[in-house]
Design a protein around this ligand. Structure first.
Ligand code: LLP
Length: 463
């Protein structure tokens, strides 16, 4: 992770512990548009607004902690992906990043397809009107019930992840009198530059079927013989929060070479390839994400070039961005509860949420930014660690950041870029109530996922 050396200047720099920190912004009141949703701005009164509504009003109406999603930004990003890939390609939003019925409707309206990886995601998608044939079903261990439902409702494709699943899906389809469109997920043997837990294309892991030792070619051979399956293509997903396009290019090249091998062996040109999701977003000002049109251009060129070289018809490309669409569009709003300076170390700022609404810092050592949003401040920057209210010291939301040194209980602070994998990975640890997701657009705010209540907790507790 890129870190600059110790900043010089501010009073608190004198007491910085060993280590490297991103230097505090020259003016902590300035919000870097790279990490904040599009409509987030500082108002004249000094507080911050999103979609034209002041965060203080949002906090009063919806409480804290809460996630606020900038609907206009979500739609704009979805549209940018759709436009960048054009009519010869498909964009499947990865629902695991964050899924709700409102989101499904936005996607549908903006012309995107949807990738789901569980019966729960499938039900949510269908209940909000996503046509089944625009849904792709993923997962390395789909249950018989999930497969059956997916085939019965007519999902556009099931992505097969193992030899057993090839047979399982074929049998279920056949018993339902159907022929299911499928892709085979392969591992292309790329070491993606990201956290180990979210890298998925090296061979030593649970997803997919390896290209390297001929396993993937064998999987194609078997799938082509089974009546219940219509093999439409090959799928590769190399990992998540990746900035370097090189991994995608290697993946594309290897997938195309499998297509050529399949053509040579079976006389069949598979019509589709899916290159997965995984494009990185800016969590801090140090991150420099690619724009969808750059990604579309790079992928399109490499696939076309490789196909020409192999004298293959260029297949239809699909991609599955999750984080890159929803991640930057939301922030989490917290109220500061306590401010605890530790002399010679740092200041611990405790907020009213924590690892139950954002597990990514604890799980992946993820970096986040943070800002004081209920007012401006000219106080000097102080090095802070933003922590939650859970019963463990690993309950960290933002590991190292700077906030004004006059920060006090009652202030509102916000952590940007929490749209992906925060609400979707939220938990009830310590019986915390999962925060609501509120969509804000053109001066209107509406709850799209409500806050959990203690009644919700007790409803599940039937003992
Ligand atoms: N397609 C497949 C097959 C996937 O497994 C994933 C993510 C995606 C697409 C979407 O990837 P994205 O564009 O969102 O990076 N919980 C982790 C991320 C896990 C990603 C799992 N698969 C995190 O918080 O960083």
């Amino acid at each position: 992770m890129s870190r600059s050396a110790h900043p010089a200047g501010p009073r608190h720099a004198d007491v910085l512990p060993e280590g490297h920190y991103t230097a505090p912004a020259a003016d902590l009141n300035v919000l870097d548009p790279k990490v904040w949703a599009q409509t987030v701005t500082r108002t004249e009164s000094g507080s911050v607004s999103v979609g034209g509504i002041d965060v203080a009003d949002l906090a009063e109406e919806f409480g804290t902690p809460a996630y606020f999603v900038d609907e206009a930004d979500f739609r704009a990003r979805a549209r940018a992906w759709r436009t960048a890939f054009g009519h010869d390609a498909d964009v499947f939003y990865a629902g695991k990043a964050f899924l709700s019925r409102a989101v499904v409707r936005w996607l549908h309206e903006e012309g995107l397809n949807l990738d789901v990886c569980s019966g729960g995601e499938l039900t949510t998608a269908l209940s909000a009107g996503m046509p089944a044939d625009r849904i792709a079903f993923h997962g390395n261990n789909k249950s018989v019930e999930e497969i059956t439902k997916a085939i019965e409702v007519g999902v556009g494709r099931i992505v097969l992840d193992s030899f057993q699943e090839i047979v399982r899906v074929a049998h279920i389809a056949q018993s339902l009198g159907k022929r299911q469109r499928v892709q085979i997920r392969v591992t292309v043997g790329v070491e993606a530059h990201t956290h180990e837990f979210i890298a998925t294309a090296h061979e030593d892991q649970k997803f997919g079927i390896a290209l390297a030792d001929g396993q993937a070619a064998e999987a194609v051979r078997r799938a082509l013989t089974l009546d219940g399956l219509e093999l439409i293509g090959i799928h590769s997903h190399i990992g998540s929060q990746i900035f370097d396009m090189a991994g995608f290019e290697v993946a594309a090249r290897r997938v195309v070479s499998l297509l050529a091998q399949v053509r040579d062996e079976h006389g069949v040109e598979l019509p589709e390839i899916d290159l997965g999701g995984g494009l990185g977003i800016a969590y801090t000002s140090d991150d420099d994400p690619r724009e969808p049109h750059e990604i579309a251009k790079a992928l399109g060129e490499i696939v076309t070039r490789e196909c020409e070289a192999a004298r293959l018809r260029t297949p239809r490309i699909s991609v599955e961005p999750g984080r890159a669409i929803v991640g930057p569009t939301a922030f989490t709003l917290y109220e500061v509860g306590t401010v605890k300076p530790l002399e010679g170390l740092r200041t611990y700022v405790s907020v009213d949420g924590g690892m139950s609404d954002n597990i990514r810092t604890a799980l992946y050592d993820a970096e986040y930014s943070v800002a004081l949003v209920s007012r401006t401040s000219d106080a000097e920057p102080m090095l802070v660690r933003v922590v939650g209210k859970h019963c463990e010291s690993g309950d960290i939301v933002v590991k190292d950041a700077f906030l004004p040194s006059d920060l006090a209980p009652g202030d509102l602070i916000a952590v940007p870029a929490t749209g992906a994998y925060c609400r979707s990975m939220a938990s009830n640890y310590n019986h915390a109530l999962r925060p609501p997701v509120v969509a804000v657009r053109d001066g209107e705010a509406r709850v799209i996922v409500r806050r959990e209540t203690e009644e919700d907790l007790l409803r599940l507790d039937v003992g």
